[in-house]
Design a protein around this ligand. Structure first.
Ligand code: GTP
Length: 604
């Protein structure tokens, strides 16, 4: 296929606006899937992923579409939908010349639509605005077209209106891809050069990479080199995804396809790397900004005897998800474990869910924390920390205020879009979370878009859930990094019967120490089951108690009421109680449920 007939594009959309449905429809219309086989969401290969033990994070599909007698190869590059993965979206877009900006004609523009639009816009990609779900009774394409005009300056005549579900108008989308998006700006006569824009780990083949070939071509058996590591590899497999893996002999400039060579781990398949022929170095393609973990949490086996199994499971998952960072950590109460870094809270949840589902590994996850910074004073202390600026993400490493001149915490720029009738509660929520309003704009008669600067630690746990609940589910939220600023931080120490429990302690803004302290103590009183002894729950800052609750003793004998009688029932109850105990941890000689560390921080 000549370069002029190749189109590389991606669909970007807010969650649930119909990206997978449209992708299926495009594949179906281009004959890649049989309409009658009834499979939907072909690109969501999660089931396949699990069976084969691989992760396909961003999956592409190549389809052939005929316009006026000419065959075009359309390469659809899938992007993940959630805010936590915006770096992956950005990467995938580097292989594209255009995007379909898909917007639900009923819901309208949402926070993620805005973030995605600007990502495509700054990359100077052609943007094809498409309104989906026009078959819905409440769809209002005219109003949403107005929104597109008000926010992005998109003209009415550029907007396509479709129903991905019914197939209405999808033909026009395919045509627009061919007519509006330019062919990739590549050169087939130059030496081979390709961008590695995604990779995943496969048990049998090692790292499998997705390549966008920018110049020349690559063939089976070629010796290739990585610009980043300088390592050499032999090409063992090449192919395109249709979306099934279809082997090919060579990939030529303009194409998107997969490759595997003798790379053992995904770390070797470095995303953003430039690949070229051995001994034929080329100019390096612009590298992506590596994803920086924003949220850290300790992960421990529920039972230390499962330490080795958990280590294997974590290693395997980290191999598949290069955005997760890991280091060894230990805690007096929880034993040996790991401190893992994630892109966001959803990323963390997905990870621990996968540990459970794919490896049957039950874990204790400690309260997530962001990375703080501090400036240390005094020559002795600077020497001890080897620098005057230190970073820490674990509250137990909070440096003593006496040796610190300033603390810093990370902020984000958040975008919220909502019907204006929820403006009051949303403003209140943002203020409660120490937010500072940056802008507000009406995007139509009853919808507003607001921007706030918010401390990351105020949004990691439950901001999104709370925002949804104060807006009856209508408000949407997205954020980007905004940098570090000075902040009055303190360590809120939690004590159980006078013993400080580092695992429950938190770093908070001084203005919030007392409020958060009261909430944590009340929450702990609710979460800790009554025990044989009285338990004093206290919160303290710098030795001063700021909150206190008391949990009265209680003797729990589950069989007490069953005099004589039914032995099997008695046994069953005792067994249940024993099962329950397994899910408990000892903290300061007190039994607590294993999920306490996260539950305690949820505010509602
Ligand atoms: P994520 O993968 O979660 O980001 O969602 P998505 O954007 O891929 O959305 P998906 O294709 O899963 O569609 C979300 C829901 O909208 C599904 O229930 C679809 O059946 C429905 N849907 C998609 N397109 C249409 C449409 O044209 N009309 C109607 N009525 N429903 C649609």
């Amino acid at each position: 296929i000549p370069v002029e007939n190749i189109r590389n594009f991606s669909i970007i959309a807010h969650v649930d606006h119909g990206k997978s449905t449209l992708a299926d429809r495009l594949l179906e219309m281009a004959g890649a899937i049989d309409k009658n086989c009834g499979r939907s969401q072909v690109l969501d290969k999660l089931q396949v992923e699990r069976e084969r033990g691989i992760t396909v994070k961003a999956q592409s599909a190549s389809l052939i579409y005929n316009v006026d007698g000419t065959d075009y190869m359309l390469n659809l590059i899938d992007t993940p939908g959630h805010v936590d993965f915006s770096n992956e979206v950005s990467r995938s877009l580097s292989a594209c010349q255009g995007v379909i900006l898909l917007v639900d004609a009923n819901q309208g523009v949402q926070a993620q639509t805005v973030a995605n639009f600007y990502m495509a816009f700054t990359k100077e990609l052609v943007i094809i605005p498409v309104l989906n779900k026009i078959d819905l009774k409440n769809a209002n394409p005219e109003a949403i077209t107005d929104q597109l005009k008000n926010i992005f300056g998109i003209e009415e005549n550029e907007v396509l209106k479709i129903s991905a579900k019914l197939g209405t108008g999808v033909d026009a989308v395919l045509r627009a891809i061919v007519e509006r998006i330019p062919p990739p700006p590549v050169n087939r006569d130059k030496p081979f050069r390709a961008l590695l824009f995604d990779s995943w780990y496969d048990r049998y083949r090692g790292a499998v990479s997705l390549l966008y070939v920018v110049d020349g071509k690559v063939q089976m058996g070629d010796m290739i080199s990585s610009a980043l590591s300088g390592k050499l590899y032999e090409v063992k497999g090449l192919g395109i995804l249709t979306p099934q893996e279809t082997p090919v002999e060579c990939l030529v400039a303009g194409q998107v396809g997969f490759m595997f060579c003798n790379m053992r781990s995904s770390q070797e398949a470095h995303i953003g790397d430039t690949i070229f022929h051995e001994g034929n170095p080329v100019a390096i393609l612009p590298e992506f900004k590596a994803s920086q973990p924003m949220v850290f949490a300790g992960v421990y086996p529920v039972d230390q005897s499962h330490h080795v199994e958990l280590r294997n499971a974590i290693e395997r998952l980290v191999l598949n998800d290069s955005a997760v960072t890991s280091s060894v950590e230990s805690s007096p109460a929880l034993g040996l474990g790991w401190r893992l870094g994630f892109l966001g809270i959803l990323h963390l949840e997905v990870f621990s869910q996968r540990l459970l589902q794919e490896f049957n590994a039950e874990v204790v996850v400690t309260a997530p924390s962001v990375t703080y910074k501090a400036t240390v004073i005094g020559e002795k202390n600077i020497k001890k920390y080897r620098s005057s600026e230190i970073s820490f993400s674990n509250p137990s490493q909070f440096p003593d205020p006496q040796i610190v001149s300033e603390y810093f915490e990370p902020f984000v720029l958040g975008t919220i879009i909502s019907p204006d009738k929820y403006l009051g509660p949303i403003m209140q929520l943002c203020m409660d979370r120490r937010g500072i309003q940056k802008s507000m704009q009406n995007i139509d008669n009853h919808t507003v878009m607001m921007q706030f600067i918010l401390p990351l630690n105020e949004i990691v746990i439950d901001f999104h859930d709370t925002l949804k609940s104060v807006s009856s589910g209508y408000a949407s939220f997205d954020y980007e990094e905004y940098g570090y600023f000075e902040s009055k931080l303190v360590k809120l120490v939690i004590l159980l019967n006078g013993i400080p429990v580092d695992e429950l302690s938190a770093v908070v803004h001084s203005s919030k120490a007392s409020i958060v302290g009261h909430k944590i103590c009340a929450k702990l009183k609710e979460l800790i089951p009554r025990q044989m002894v009285l338990i004093a729950i206290q919160a303290a800052v710098g030795g001063k108690i700021v909150a206190r609750e008391t949990l009265k003793p209680y003797r729990k004998d589950v069989t007490a009421k069953l005099y004589g009688g039914d032995v099997t029932r008695r046994k069953k109850l005792l067994k249940q109680q024993a099962e329950g105990k397994k899910k408990m941890r000892m903290l300061a000689n007190i039994n607590v449920p294993k999920d306490i560390f996260i539950d305690v921080l949820k505010r509602n």
